[in-house]
Design a binder for this molecule. Structure first.
Ligand SMILES: Nc1nc2c(c(=O)[nH]1)N[C@H]1C(S)=C(S)[C@@H](COP(=O)(O)O)O[C@H]1N2
Ligand SMILES: [Mo]
Length: 315
């Protein structure tokens, strides 16, 4: 059972509600140890409550090993090509409607279905994970996400025995996404992985960031996370998850296959064709630190690649 540990980005101690009141409130809400999406948490204060909390108990299994990135840096420096190639897409992305939102599970599954996001968030057990994120451009951040393991969606969908790969389709809304007019890009932004990668405990569906709904520019209302892969694998604003027997050719792979492959596992020793991957810059502090194999998550994922040594696993 995940336990709650203090977070650096919370209100100062003086503004927080005493613990006995927190416990009393939780009991009154009948939520047990885990806090449901949308419940107002006394320790978050009035401002955060207005911002519709999206908080849960932290799962301590994934040690951050780095200081948290300041929220303003993680939410103010983004890659989201549907809104252009600028790193400042906050205002543009604010036009993307976050509700109503449905997630389709389709393709080679026993139970194809369409799920309302809020219904889905009530059915899964939410947890917070502080995860490292490493962009292929050699910047990185460490941030608290709220969500649930992708494995829970596999259970809901029931992949058939022939299903070997999973595609993540992201929203393509021409009315609000000016990037879609750049017709040389192979829209929509689709990413993919193997079924085994999707079933790995580290593959995570995030609907919250810093205890609030994921901001639109970071992939709200729901995105996927592959913390051991370069960031472009982690599609934003997911609308459809499709199970297939064919290896998907994803957005960046279609554009530039020599630079962006299917696997894209982080590896400091395999340079990008145009730059080294040995180090990364931390958003916020701009500190330069060594990159780790699988972004430091080898204990969870290295086994996925046994027997695949002939593949371009790190590009
Ligand atoms: N739909 C979509 N998803 C996307 C991207 C994108 O351009 N469009 N960029 C990717 C890249 S390159 C990175 S590094 C991360 C950035 O996530 P962040 O903005 O939350 O840091 O999102 C990934 N997911
Ligand atoms: Mo990236």
């Amino acid at each position: 059972m995940p336990i709650r540990i203090p977070r650096g980005w919370e209100l100062p101690e003086s503004a927080a509600t005493p613990e006995h009141l927190v416990l009393g409130r939780r009991k009154a809400l009948g939520l047990g140890g885990l806090i449901a999406a949308g419940a107002a948490l006394p320790w978050q204060g009035a401002a955060a409550q207005e911002a519709a909390p999206m908080a849960a108990m932290r799962n301590p299994a994934y040690r951050p090993e780095r200081a948290l990135t300041p929220e303003k840096d993680a939410t103010g420096y983004n890659n989201y090509y549907e809104f252009g190639s600028s790193k400042n897409v906050t205002a543009a992305a604010a036009r993307l409607p976050q509700r109503p939102w449905t997630l389709k599970l389709e393709g080679m599954v026993d139970k194809p279905q369409e799920l309302g996001l809020d219904d889905l968030l009530k059915r899964v057990s939410l947890e917070e994970r502080v995860l490292r994120h490493r962009c292929v451009e050699a910047w990185a951040m460490t941030v608290p996400w709220t969500g649930f393991p992708m494995a829970e969606l596999l259970k809901l969908a029931g992949p058939q025995s022939g299903a070997k790969f999973v595609e993540f389709h992201t929203v393509a809304d021409r009315a609000v996404m000016p990037g879609l007019r750049q017709s040389w890009y192979p829209w929509p932004y689709v990413e993919g992985c193997t079924l085994a990668e999707a079933a790995n405990e580290l593959c995570f569906m995030a609907a919250g960031l810093y205890g609030k709904p994921v901001p639109a520019q970071n992939g709200g209302p729901i995105r996927v996370l592959f913390p051991w892969k370069y960031g472009f694998k982690s599609g934003k604003a997911i609308t459809t998850i499709r199970f297939t027997d064919k290896r998907p050719v994803s957005f960046w792979e279609q554009l530039q296959p020599t630079e962006y492959g299917f696997w894209a596992n982080v590896n400091p020793e395999v340079p990008h064709p145009r730059w080294s991957q040995a180090h990364e810059r931390l958003l916020g502090s701009n500190e330069r630190v060594p990159t780790k194999l699988f972004n430091g998550y080898g204990e969870f994922v290295a086994g996925l690649y046994a027997g695949l040594e002939k593949e371009r696993l790190y590009l």
